[in-house]
Design a binder for this molecule. Structure first.
Ligand SMILES: Cc1ncc(COP(=O)(O)O)c(C=O)c1O
Length: 373
């Protein structure tokens, strides 16, 4: 009765788990910063309301916001003109548009596994076939060019890269990015580069593959994580002009434009003071050390180099879902690794977007639960 394409995926089992959660449980399952949007950004939104920016905007977004996005990406060596940028309703919509613009029925899309939960469903929505490329703890969860090369066929249309990564916190190296771009050039496919955690980085400098070959790459980003603005729903894509044109067609009919007030707020975020970003990242860095210390002796865990997640494997015979359920009943919410792909099994994702006090308390419970087995 319903369209076939939505039968290929389901709502995440995480909802089921929340239903069984003890009231007052500590939530280390969140995929958003536990910080408020900085004041100057909120003020810009209030001013936009007062000035009456309450109508539709140009479909691609306000030109000054597009210029601000272009300037922001210059720090990564990416030069983009107005015609190469589109503002969207969060990075989520930018991802959706990228898949819709690129994928024909039966086209294959190579995805990191474990990887962000939206990639496989969005591939299905576009009529494509997800092909999983394992990322392994042995490589610090960095996607390996050899693994990608093994998964390429004549149907490969796109490769998704996510650095820093959700759920592992892995950060790809420049030489790996270069090899991905070379593979894309040699085999004529595109790279969708999800860069929403570009500022949540604890080593080196963020590398966008668009700085290596802008003709092969669709960059997806948003103000959600960097400026603690997940609810404002403001993202963007940077891509070759011809692809942006196709993305715009879909965007125009499903969304019309990104929210006007959020665009004004995003402009203030990108062009205003950046201290709040630095202090948030410093805080995450300090918490990461605390979390790694707590994990010592109870789990194997790669030290993440970015984002605000750890992806440990506890010494237990439980499946990651069962362990997560047990922890939820004991008062700590984390996400089963299996939610991120079949190679996530055995792991759980713990977010440290929570206060140090909550993290310390949560780890007392986790320690009790995993030592009880
Ligand atoms: C890797 C990754 N990409 C994209 C998104 C989407 O973010 P938004 O739509 O808020 O920009 C998220 C959100 O959790 C994410 O973790």
């Amino acid at each position: 009765m319903w369209a076939e394409r939505t039968s290929h995926f389901s709502l995440s089992g995480i909802r089921e788990m929340f239903a069984l959660t003890k009231p007052g449980a500590i939530n280390l399952g969140l995929g958003q910063p536990d910080f408020d949007t900085p004041t100057h950004i909120k003020e810009a939104a209030k001013e936009a309301l007062d000035k009456g920016y309450t109508g539709y905007t140009p479909n691609k977004g306000f030109p000054e916001l597009i210029d601000a996005i272009a300037s922001y990406y210059e720090q990564y060596g990416v030069q983009a003109g107005q015609e190469q940028i589109i503002c969207t309703s969060g990075g989520s919509e930018a991802l959706h548009l990228a898949f819709e613009a690129l994928i024909n029925p039966g086209d294959e899309v190579i995805l990191p596994d474990p990887g962000f939960v939206a990639y496989a469903p969005l591939t299905h929505v576009a009529g494509g076939v997800p092909v999983s490329a394992r990322v392994s703890a042995d490589d610090d969860f960095r996607l390996q060019p050899d693994t990608v090369a093994d998964r390429i066929t004549d149907k490969t249309k796109a490769l998704v890269i996510n650095s820093p990564a959700n759920p592992t916190g892995a950060v790809q190296r420049h030489n790996e990015m270069r090899e991905f771009v070379e593979l894309a050039d040699d085999h004529d496919f595109y790279i969708i580069s999800d860069e929403v955690y570009d500022k949540m980085l604890y080593r080196g400098k963020h590398v966008s593959p668009a700085s290596i070959d802008p003709d092969r790459v669709i960059v997806v980003n948003s103000v959600s994580k960097t400026y603690a603005m997940t609810g404002w729903r403001l993202g963007y894509a940077i891509a070759p002009a011809a692809i942006v044109e196709e993305m715009l067609k879909v965007h125009q009919y499903i969304q019309a434009c990104a929210p006007s007030i959020s665009q004004k707020a995003a402009y203030a975020a990108l062009t205003g003071p950046q201290e709040s970003v630095r202090s948030m990242v410093d805080e995450f860095f300090a918490r990461r050390s605390g979390v790694m210390h707590h994990l010592k002796g109870i789990a194997d865990c790669v030290t993440p180099e970015g984002a605000f997640y750890v992806f440990p494997r506890f010494a237990t015979s439980d499946t990651s879902f069962d362990l997560t359920m047990r922890l939820a009943q004991a008062g700590v919410i984390v996400v089963p690794g299996s939610a991120f792909g079949r190679f996530g099994e055995g792991h759980v994702r713990i977010s440290y977007a929570a206060s140090q006090q909550s993290i310390d308390l949560a780890f007392q419970i986790i320690r009790e639960q995993v030592s009880a087995r």
